[in-house]
Design a binder for this molecule. Structure first.
Ligand SMILES: C[S@@+](CC[C@H](N)C(=O)[O-])C[C@H]1O[C@@H](n2cnc3c(N)ncnc32)[C@H](O)[C@@H]1O
Length: 230
């Protein structure tokens, strides 16, 4: 696909749809991918920042001229309604994504979504599963840094029910596919976090309570790595 590995990974998770919405599009690469590969008939690309949106407007100008893409300067789902087939929100914090989904005026649970939160993945998973959403892919990948991706949709739109098992606390915290399959990138991320904790633990002036908390966290990460915490 020729973008960064992160963008390529996101593009690889986007499925064919009628109308695609890229919220917080910045450069607009994912919208370019969807339109250029015939994966959507029309696209809405939006951003709250005029400067960011201008980049996407330059890239997508031929599609806008052809009436296949619409640019929206606005916050969250402003200009994007529930009829869109697939929503991408990537590169924002999990709490920001929750605030977009739960916005009193414009919020909704999309028919299908790909979310890539930069942090607070747990809060986003809880919001999705407690507010009419389902998750069918939920894992960590690496592109220099570690990223989480959460894909799913609105339960009202789902045909066959795939997995009705409730998420465990560990699955909320780390992602279901990570807990069940322990993919390489996730193991690497946990080992890195354990390494960070080991460095903090060497700090001579560390408060006793902090040391205890760090040791608990370390034990939890080790338990997840060994597949003992599900
Ligand atoms: C780090 S960039 C990510 C861009 C692209 N989605 C990606 O994954 O590469 C985050 C973008 O989201 C935009 N953004 C942040 N909060 C937003 C909101 N509430 N509504 C719309 N756009 C938002 C920012 O202006 C910025 O362009």
């Amino acid at each position: 696909m020729g973008y960064t590995k992160r963008i390529d990974t996101l593009c690889g998770l986007l499925s064919k749809t009628d109308v695609f919405a890229d919220v917080g599009c910045d450069h607009g690469y994912c919208t370019e991918y969807m339109l250029g590969h015939g994966l959507c008939e029309r696209a809405i690309f939006s951003d709250v920042s005029k400067g960011s949106l201008a980049k996407a407007e330059r890239l997508l100008a031929p599609y806008v001229r052809a009436g296949r893409a619409v640019s929206v300067l606005g916050d969250g789902f402003y200009g994007v309604d529930e009829s869109v087939g697939l929503v991408l929100i990537a590169g924002m914090g999990g709490c920001e994504i929750v605030s977009i989904l739960s916005d009193v005026k414009h919020g909704f649970m999309p028919k299908k979504f790909v979310f890539q939160p930069m942090h607070d993945g747990e809060k986003l998973r809880r919001y999705i599963l407690e507010n009419g959403g389902y998750i069918d892919k939920d894992y960590t990948f690496e592109d220099g840094k570690f990223y989480e991706v959460i894909c799913g949709g609105n339960v009202k739109e789902r045909g066959q029910v795939c997995d009705e098992h409730p998420y465990t606390d560990a699955e909320y915290e780390f992602g279901r596919d990570n807990i069940r399959q322990l993919p390489e990138a996730f193991q690497k991320r946990l080992k890195k976090l354990i390494g960070n904790i080991d460095r903090y633990l060497k700090e001579p002036n560390l408060q006793e309570e902090s040391r205890r908390e760090l040791l608990e966290k370390r034990a939890r990460f080790e338990g997840v790595l060994r597949g003992e915490i599900k």
